[in-house]
Ligand binder design. Structure first.
Ligand code: ASP
Length: 317
């Protein structure tokens, strides 16, 4: 198997690579819980975070992950950057590339933009979410959370509920959970199902009661209003009534089913606040914790590949 040069999505990953990332993440969970949270896996290397879309938790998580591994981390404020002055994404990336970064962590509103960028630079590129396409570290952190809660990552019934059509989180999770041989059920109104869903190898269900039946994992998604152009749902109240996760609907899942949400949450729209905060059912805070560990593991592996491919440098005079 080719070593990991970029992490652009879950699609190209082999199940053994997924397991390798998750196993290394476990070591970083332990490190992150210790008093001294540092190692030097990325010492001497430069990481640039380029977020062309707003982000709180993901950008913070990548920044912390890089710093804990000893990298020089720079956050580009892309909203205020030259992109606003008309520079193209690729020109910006090529300019940054000339400063010899080792890793670009990129979030962009257009599907495919991060893949394109990876072809133009000679450092490693990690996709932190591109349009509706992929969000690989989210799926990996979800997988780690599930594996730790359920003791395995195969033969589970996982209901992914809500706005599937606009969700890169759903796409990456469908691929990852499918590769690890789980039963994936998508639950939501037909208006929020992506086209071509029949090729995803999943079951599609239109009501929560049936969709949650005997589920081990209930994964709720945010209603992505910013990617909608109207007419997808009748009203938020009606949506909550039919598709919002409340205790009555959760009763249809297995008694020990866990509840997940990638954040940020719309409380009272896709999920009842009390369920989100119920530590006996909700693993939402654990997902955030696993996010840092998974990003550390992914960056560690990418940088191992990079170090192995670089020629030893001569001594500068
Ligand atoms: N934070 C996740 C993402 O960037 C999920 C969301 O925004 O709803 O895709």
């Amino acid at each position: 198997m080719a070593p990991l040069k970029h992490l652009l999505g879950i699609e190209p990953l082999h199940p053994t690579q997924i397991t390798e990332i998750l196993d290394l993440s476990e070591r970083y969970v332990t490190l992150n819980r210790a008093v001294h949270k540092h190692n030097d896996a990325l010492a001497g290397l430069t990481q640039i975070n380029m977020f062309f879309e707003n982000s709180t938790r993901t950008q913070a998580s990548f920044e912390l992950a890089g710093k804990r591994l000893g990298a020089d981390v720079m956050n580009m404020a892309m909203q205020a950057s030259s992109v606003k002055k008309g520079e193209t994404l690729i020109d910006t990336a090529v300019t940054l590339n000339a400063m010899h970064p080792d890793l670009l962590v990129v979030r962009h509103p257009h599907s495919g933009a991060v893949d394109l960028l990876a072809q133009k630079v000679n450092c490693a590129v990690l996709n932190a979410g591109d349009g509706r396409h992929e969000h690989p570290t989210q799926a990996l952190l979800d997988a780690l959370t599930i594996r730790r809660a359920k003791g395995r990552l195969h033969r589970l019934t996982i209901a992914i509920c809500g706005d599937i059509a606009h969700s890169r989180v759903a796409r990456s999770n469908i691929m990852l959970l499918g590769k690890m041989e789980n039963r994936v059920r998508l639950v939501g109104p037909p208006t929020l199902m992506p086209s071509g869903i029949e090729h995803f190898g999943v079951e599609v269900v239109e009501n929560m009661e049936e969709g949650l039946k005997d589920a081990d994992v209930v994964m709720m998604l945010r209603l992505q209003k910013e990617r909608m152009d109207g007419g997808f749902i009748p009203s938020e109240r009606e949506y909550y009534h039919r598709f919002g996760l409340d205790s009555a609907k959760l009763k249809h899942a297995k008694p020990d089913a866990i509840v997940m949400h990638p954040g940020p949450m719309n409380r009272g729209v896709e999920i009842d606040g009390e369920i989100a905060d119920d530590l006996n059912r909700s693993v939402i805070q654990e997902q955030v914790e696993m996010g840092v560990a998974v990003r550390m593991a992914a960056m560690d592996l990418l940088m191992q590949t990079r170090r192995a491919s670089m020629k030893p440098q001569g001594v500068m005079v």
